[in-house]
Design a protein around this ligand. Sequence first.
Ligand code: HPA
Ligand code: ZN
Length: 335
Amino acid sequence: SSLHDFLVAVPKVENHLHVEGTLEPAMLFAFAARNHVELPKEPEWANVESLKARYSKFTCLDDFLRYIYLGASVLVKAADFEELAWAYFVKAASMRVRHVEVSFDPQMHTVRGVSYDVIVEGLMAAKRRAVKQLGMTIEYIACIHRHLPLADSTALVDVILERRHLTDGTICGVGLVSSEKPFPPVMFADLFKRVAPTGTKLTAHVGEEVGPEAVREALQCLNVSRVDHGLTAAQDPKLLEELARSRTLLTLCPWSNVALGILPELSQSPVRRFLDAGVRFSINSDDPAYDGAYLQDVYCRVQDTFNLTLEEWDWIVRGGIEGSWVGEERMKELL
Ligand code: HPA
Ligand code: ZN
Protein backbone atom coordinates (compact mmCIF):
# COMPACT_ATOMS: atom_id res chain seq x y z
CA SER A 1 0.00 0.00 0.00
CA SER A 2 0.99 3.66 -0.25
CA LEU A 3 1.69 3.70 3.46
CA HIS A 4 4.36 1.02 3.16
CA ASP A 5 7.21 3.53 2.71
CA PHE A 6 5.95 5.50 5.69
CA LEU A 7 5.85 2.36 7.86
CA VAL A 8 9.46 1.57 6.95
CA ALA A 9 10.69 5.13 7.51
CA VAL A 10 8.77 6.06 10.66
CA PRO A 11 10.90 6.03 13.84
CA LYS A 12 9.58 3.25 16.05
CA VAL A 13 9.46 2.16 19.64
CA GLU A 14 8.90 -1.38 20.86
CA ASN A 15 7.21 -1.71 24.25
CA HIS A 16 6.73 -5.49 24.27
CA LEU A 17 9.69 -7.63 23.28
CA HIS A 18 11.17 -10.59 25.15
CA VAL A 19 14.91 -10.88 24.69
CA GLU A 20 14.66 -14.68 24.99
CA GLY A 21 12.11 -14.52 22.18
CA THR A 22 14.75 -13.13 19.80
CA LEU A 23 16.81 -16.34 19.89
CA GLU A 24 16.91 -17.40 16.24
CA PRO A 25 17.27 -21.17 15.65
CA ALA A 26 20.69 -20.65 14.00
CA MET A 27 21.99 -18.92 17.12
CA LEU A 28 20.26 -21.53 19.30
CA PHE A 29 22.19 -24.37 17.65
CA ALA A 30 25.47 -22.41 17.72
CA PHE A 31 25.14 -21.65 21.44
CA ALA A 32 24.14 -25.27 22.21
CA ALA A 33 27.30 -26.50 20.48
CA ARG A 34 29.70 -24.09 22.17
CA ASN A 35 28.11 -24.54 25.62
CA HIS A 36 27.74 -28.33 25.22
CA VAL A 37 24.00 -28.16 25.95
CA GLU A 38 22.03 -31.23 24.94
CA LEU A 39 18.87 -30.51 22.98
CA PRO A 40 15.84 -32.82 22.76
CA LYS A 41 16.21 -35.86 20.49
CA GLU A 42 12.92 -35.37 18.59
CA PRO A 43 13.20 -34.92 14.80
CA GLU A 44 11.93 -31.31 14.99
CA TRP A 45 15.23 -30.46 16.72
CA ALA A 46 17.28 -31.84 13.81
CA ASN A 47 18.14 -28.49 12.23
CA VAL A 48 17.14 -24.85 11.74
CA GLU A 49 14.50 -25.69 9.13
CA SER A 50 12.78 -28.44 11.11
CA LEU A 51 12.69 -26.29 14.23
CA LYS A 52 11.27 -23.30 12.33
CA ALA A 53 8.65 -25.58 10.82
CA ARG A 54 7.57 -26.62 14.33
CA TYR A 55 7.48 -22.95 15.45
CA SER A 56 4.99 -22.26 12.66
CA LYS A 57 2.52 -24.70 14.26
CA PHE A 58 2.10 -23.46 17.84
CA THR A 59 -1.34 -24.37 19.18
CA CYS A 60 -1.56 -22.20 22.32
CA LEU A 61 0.49 -20.12 24.76
CA ASP A 62 1.75 -23.14 26.71
CA ASP A 63 2.78 -24.96 23.53
CA PHE A 64 4.90 -21.92 22.58
CA LEU A 65 6.29 -21.54 26.11
CA ARG A 66 7.60 -25.11 26.05
CA TYR A 67 9.77 -24.16 23.07
CA ILE A 68 11.01 -20.85 24.41
CA TYR A 69 12.07 -22.57 27.66
CA LEU A 70 13.88 -25.34 25.76
CA GLY A 71 15.54 -22.76 23.52
CA ALA A 72 16.66 -20.67 26.49
CA SER A 73 18.58 -23.65 27.88
CA VAL A 74 21.47 -22.79 25.53
CA LEU A 75 21.98 -19.41 27.26
CA VAL A 76 24.63 -20.02 29.92
CA LYS A 77 27.28 -17.31 30.04
CA ALA A 78 27.03 -13.52 30.31
CA ALA A 79 28.49 -13.37 26.78
CA ASP A 80 25.52 -15.42 25.49
CA PHE A 81 23.02 -12.92 26.86
CA GLU A 82 25.10 -10.04 25.51
CA GLU A 83 25.36 -11.55 22.01
CA LEU A 84 21.64 -12.37 21.95
CA ALA A 85 20.53 -8.88 22.98
CA TRP A 86 23.11 -7.16 20.77
CA ALA A 87 21.95 -9.11 17.68
CA TYR A 88 18.41 -7.92 18.36
CA PHE A 89 19.48 -4.30 18.88
CA VAL A 90 21.31 -4.29 15.54
CA LYS A 91 18.23 -5.69 13.82
CA ALA A 92 15.98 -3.20 15.63
CA ALA A 93 18.18 -0.26 14.59
CA SER A 94 17.91 -1.41 10.96
CA MET A 95 14.09 -1.18 11.32
CA ARG A 96 14.40 2.38 12.68
CA VAL A 97 13.48 1.29 16.20
CA ARG A 98 14.73 4.15 18.39
CA HIS A 99 13.70 2.89 21.82
CA VAL A 100 12.98 -0.60 23.15
CA GLU A 101 11.56 -1.81 26.42
CA VAL A 102 13.09 -5.26 26.67
CA SER A 103 11.49 -7.86 28.89
CA PHE A 104 13.66 -10.60 30.31
CA ASP A 105 12.66 -13.62 32.37
CA PRO A 106 15.29 -14.22 35.08
CA GLN A 107 13.58 -17.39 36.28
CA MET A 108 13.84 -18.94 32.81
CA HIS A 109 17.56 -19.12 33.62
CA THR A 110 17.89 -19.23 37.41
CA VAL A 111 15.85 -22.47 37.48
CA ARG A 112 18.69 -23.99 35.38
CA GLY A 113 21.42 -22.69 37.67
CA VAL A 114 22.36 -19.54 35.72
CA SER A 115 22.67 -16.72 38.21
CA TYR A 116 20.67 -13.51 38.08
CA ASP A 117 23.93 -11.53 38.05
CA VAL A 118 25.25 -13.35 34.97
CA ILE A 119 22.06 -12.53 33.04
CA VAL A 120 22.12 -8.86 34.02
CA GLU A 121 25.84 -8.54 33.29
CA GLY A 122 25.30 -9.71 29.71
CA LEU A 123 22.19 -7.63 29.11
CA MET A 124 23.76 -4.45 30.50
CA ALA A 125 26.86 -4.91 28.32
CA ALA A 126 24.63 -5.15 25.23
CA LYS A 127 22.69 -2.08 26.32
CA ARG A 128 25.85 0.01 26.74
CA ARG A 129 26.98 -0.94 23.24
CA ALA A 130 23.57 -0.19 21.70
CA VAL A 131 23.30 3.20 23.38
CA LYS A 132 26.80 4.15 22.27
CA GLN A 133 27.01 2.61 18.80
CA LEU A 134 23.36 2.65 17.67
CA GLY A 135 22.06 5.72 19.49
CA MET A 136 19.09 3.77 20.81
CA THR A 137 17.60 3.92 24.28
CA ILE A 138 16.85 0.68 26.07
CA GLU A 139 15.02 -0.11 29.28
CA TYR A 140 14.84 -3.53 30.89
CA ILE A 141 11.71 -5.06 32.40
CA ALA A 142 12.24 -8.00 34.77
CA CYS A 143 9.33 -10.42 34.40
CA ILE A 144 8.10 -12.75 37.10
CA HIS A 145 7.10 -16.28 36.05
CA ARG A 146 3.56 -17.15 37.07
CA HIS A 147 3.81 -20.94 36.84
CA LEU A 148 6.62 -21.43 39.37
CA PRO A 149 6.12 -21.72 43.15
CA LEU A 150 5.59 -18.28 44.69
CA ALA A 151 8.71 -18.80 46.83
CA ASP A 152 10.80 -18.82 43.65
CA SER A 153 9.38 -15.46 42.55
CA THR A 154 9.84 -14.08 46.07
CA ALA A 155 13.52 -15.08 45.93
CA LEU A 156 13.89 -13.25 42.61
CA VAL A 157 12.32 -10.08 44.05
CA ASP A 158 14.64 -10.38 47.08
CA VAL A 159 17.70 -10.38 44.80
CA ILE A 160 16.45 -7.51 42.63
CA LEU A 161 15.77 -5.38 45.72
CA GLU A 162 19.06 -6.37 47.37
CA ARG A 163 20.98 -5.30 44.25
CA ARG A 164 18.98 -2.02 44.20
CA HIS A 165 18.38 -2.61 40.50
CA LEU A 166 14.95 -0.98 40.52
CA THR A 167 16.42 2.35 41.63
CA ASP A 168 19.89 2.44 40.03
CA GLY A 169 18.70 2.42 36.40
CA THR A 170 19.42 -1.26 35.74
CA ILE A 171 15.75 -2.28 35.62
CA CYS A 172 12.96 0.14 34.82
CA GLY A 173 9.94 -2.05 35.36
CA VAL A 174 8.56 -5.32 36.68
CA GLY A 175 6.21 -7.53 34.67
CA LEU A 176 4.35 -10.83 34.93
CA VAL A 177 4.61 -13.56 32.28
CA SER A 178 4.25 -17.24 31.35
CA SER A 179 1.12 -19.42 31.50
CA GLU A 180 -1.94 -17.30 32.10
CA LYS A 181 -4.68 -19.84 32.67
CA PRO A 182 -4.51 -21.20 36.21
CA PHE A 183 -2.54 -18.26 37.67
CA PRO A 184 -4.71 -15.16 38.28
CA PRO A 185 -2.97 -11.80 38.87
CA VAL A 186 -4.19 -11.62 42.50
CA MET A 187 -1.69 -14.39 43.36
CA PHE A 188 1.07 -11.82 42.81
CA ALA A 189 -0.49 -8.83 44.58
CA ASP A 190 1.87 -9.02 47.58
CA LEU A 191 4.98 -9.29 45.38
CA PHE A 192 3.91 -6.27 43.32
CA LYS A 193 3.25 -4.36 46.56
CA ARG A 194 6.83 -5.08 47.64
CA VAL A 195 8.40 -3.56 44.53
CA ALA A 196 5.95 -0.65 44.07
CA PRO A 197 7.54 1.66 46.70
CA THR A 198 10.74 1.86 44.61
CA GLY A 199 8.73 3.71 41.97
CA THR A 200 9.44 1.01 39.40
CA LYS A 201 6.98 0.74 36.52
CA LEU A 202 4.51 -2.14 36.67
CA THR A 203 2.98 -4.21 33.90
CA ALA A 204 1.52 -7.70 33.42
CA HIS A 205 0.72 -10.06 30.57
CA VAL A 206 -3.05 -10.44 30.89
CA GLY A 207 -6.00 -10.91 28.59
CA GLU A 208 -3.96 -13.00 26.15
CA GLU A 209 -5.83 -16.27 26.76
CA VAL A 210 -8.08 -15.27 29.69
CA GLY A 211 -11.03 -12.86 29.41
CA PRO A 212 -11.33 -9.17 30.32
CA GLU A 213 -11.71 -10.06 34.01
CA ALA A 214 -7.96 -10.78 34.08
CA VAL A 215 -7.24 -7.28 32.75
CA ARG A 216 -9.47 -5.72 35.42
CA GLU A 217 -7.82 -7.85 38.09
CA ALA A 218 -4.30 -6.78 37.05
CA LEU A 219 -5.33 -3.11 37.12
CA GLN A 220 -6.95 -3.47 40.55
CA CYS A 221 -4.76 -6.02 42.37
CA LEU A 222 -1.36 -5.26 40.85
CA ASN A 223 -1.85 -1.55 40.16
CA VAL A 224 -0.17 -1.91 36.76
CA SER A 225 0.09 1.24 34.65
CA ARG A 226 0.34 -0.75 31.42
CA VAL A 227 -1.17 -3.98 30.12
CA ASP A 228 0.79 -6.43 27.96
CA HIS A 229 -1.51 -7.89 25.30
CA GLY A 230 -4.89 -7.00 26.87
CA LEU A 231 -6.40 -8.58 23.77
CA THR A 232 -9.60 -9.72 25.47
CA ALA A 233 -10.35 -6.26 26.84
CA ALA A 234 -11.98 -5.80 23.44
CA GLN A 235 -14.87 -8.00 24.67
CA ASP A 236 -15.81 -5.54 27.44
CA PRO A 237 -17.06 -2.11 26.26
CA LYS A 238 -17.07 -0.69 29.78
CA LEU A 239 -13.45 -1.76 30.34
CA LEU A 240 -12.50 -0.17 26.99
CA GLU A 241 -14.05 3.08 28.20
CA GLU A 242 -12.06 2.91 31.43
CA LEU A 243 -8.82 2.13 29.58
CA ALA A 244 -9.42 5.05 27.21
CA ARG A 245 -10.19 7.44 30.07
CA SER A 246 -7.08 6.41 32.09
CA ARG A 247 -4.93 6.45 28.91
CA THR A 248 -3.56 3.03 29.85
CA LEU A 249 -1.24 1.61 27.19
CA LEU A 250 -2.02 -1.85 25.84
CA THR A 251 1.05 -3.41 24.22
CA LEU A 252 -0.70 -5.41 21.50
CA CYS A 253 1.19 -8.13 19.64
CA PRO A 254 -1.27 -8.98 16.85
CA TRP A 255 1.03 -11.29 14.91
CA SER A 256 2.13 -13.13 18.06
CA ASN A 257 -1.54 -13.85 18.76
CA VAL A 258 -1.84 -15.49 15.35
CA ALA A 259 1.50 -17.34 15.63
CA LEU A 260 0.47 -18.86 18.99
CA GLY A 261 -2.93 -19.95 17.67
CA ILE A 262 -4.77 -17.51 19.94
CA LEU A 263 -6.36 -15.78 16.92
CA PRO A 264 -7.22 -17.77 13.76
CA GLU A 265 -6.01 -14.94 11.53
CA LEU A 266 -4.78 -11.36 11.75
CA SER A 267 -8.12 -9.95 10.57
CA GLN A 268 -9.59 -11.20 13.88
CA SER A 269 -7.36 -8.86 15.89
CA PRO A 270 -9.48 -6.14 17.55
CA VAL A 271 -7.25 -3.34 16.22
CA ARG A 272 -10.33 -1.49 14.87
CA ARG A 273 -12.24 -1.87 18.11
CA PHE A 274 -9.37 -0.37 20.11
CA LEU A 275 -9.02 2.51 17.62
CA ASP A 276 -12.77 3.23 17.71
CA ALA A 277 -12.79 3.13 21.52
CA GLY A 278 -9.88 5.59 21.73
CA VAL A 279 -7.81 3.09 23.70
CA ARG A 280 -4.10 3.80 23.63
CA PHE A 281 -2.16 0.86 22.22
CA SER A 282 1.09 0.04 20.45
CA ILE A 283 1.97 -2.67 17.94
CA ASN A 284 4.78 -5.00 19.03
CA SER A 285 6.51 -8.22 18.03
CA ASP A 286 6.64 -10.14 21.40
CA ASP A 287 8.89 -13.13 20.50
CA PRO A 288 9.94 -12.48 16.89
CA ALA A 289 12.30 -15.46 16.43
CA TYR A 290 9.50 -17.83 17.49
CA ASP A 291 6.60 -15.94 15.89
CA GLY A 292 8.37 -15.49 12.54
CA ALA A 293 7.97 -11.70 12.30
CA TYR A 294 10.04 -8.75 13.53
CA LEU A 295 8.50 -5.36 14.21
CA GLN A 296 8.73 -4.10 10.62
CA ASP A 297 6.96 -7.21 9.32
CA VAL A 298 4.28 -6.90 11.99
CA TYR A 299 3.59 -3.25 11.05
CA CYS A 300 3.32 -4.22 7.38
CA ARG A 301 1.10 -7.24 8.00
CA VAL A 302 -1.23 -5.15 10.15
CA GLN A 303 -1.40 -2.58 7.35
CA ASP A 304 -2.04 -5.23 4.67
CA THR A 305 -4.90 -6.58 6.79
CA PHE A 306 -6.54 -3.38 8.10
CA ASN A 307 -5.56 -0.70 5.57
CA LEU A 308 -5.23 1.93 8.30
CA THR A 309 -4.95 5.65 7.58
CA LEU A 310 -1.94 7.82 8.33
CA GLU A 311 -3.89 9.38 11.20
CA GLU A 312 -4.58 5.94 12.69
CA TRP A 313 -0.91 4.97 12.46
CA ASP A 314 0.02 8.29 14.02
CA TRP A 315 -2.25 7.45 16.96
CA ILE A 316 -0.68 3.99 17.35
CA VAL A 317 2.98 5.07 17.08
CA ARG A 318 2.36 8.10 19.32
CA GLY A 319 0.62 5.86 21.87
CA GLY A 320 3.70 3.68 22.12
CA ILE A 321 5.95 6.69 22.60
CA GLU A 322 3.73 8.52 25.09
CA GLY A 323 3.25 5.28 27.01
CA SER A 324 7.02 4.64 27.04
CA TRP A 325 8.96 4.55 30.24
CA VAL A 326 11.45 7.26 29.37
CA GLY A 327 12.15 10.70 30.81
CA GLU A 328 10.59 13.86 29.42
CA GLU A 329 13.64 14.84 27.38
CA ARG A 330 13.91 11.51 25.59
CA MET A 331 10.17 11.46 24.99
CA LYS A 332 10.37 14.83 23.23
CA GLU A 333 13.13 13.44 20.97
CA LEU A 334 11.03 10.39 20.10
CA LEU A 335 7.81 12.32 19.37
N1 HPA B 1 2.84 -14.53 27.13
C1 HPA B 1 3.28 -14.99 28.29
N2 HPA B 1 4.55 -15.19 28.54
C2 HPA B 1 5.43 -14.93 27.58
C3 HPA B 1 5.03 -14.47 26.35
C4 HPA B 1 3.67 -14.25 26.11
O1 HPA B 1 3.23 -13.82 25.03
N3 HPA B 1 6.15 -14.30 25.61
C5 HPA B 1 7.20 -14.67 26.37
N4 HPA B 1 6.77 -15.04 27.57
ZN1 ZN C 1 4.97 -11.13 25.77
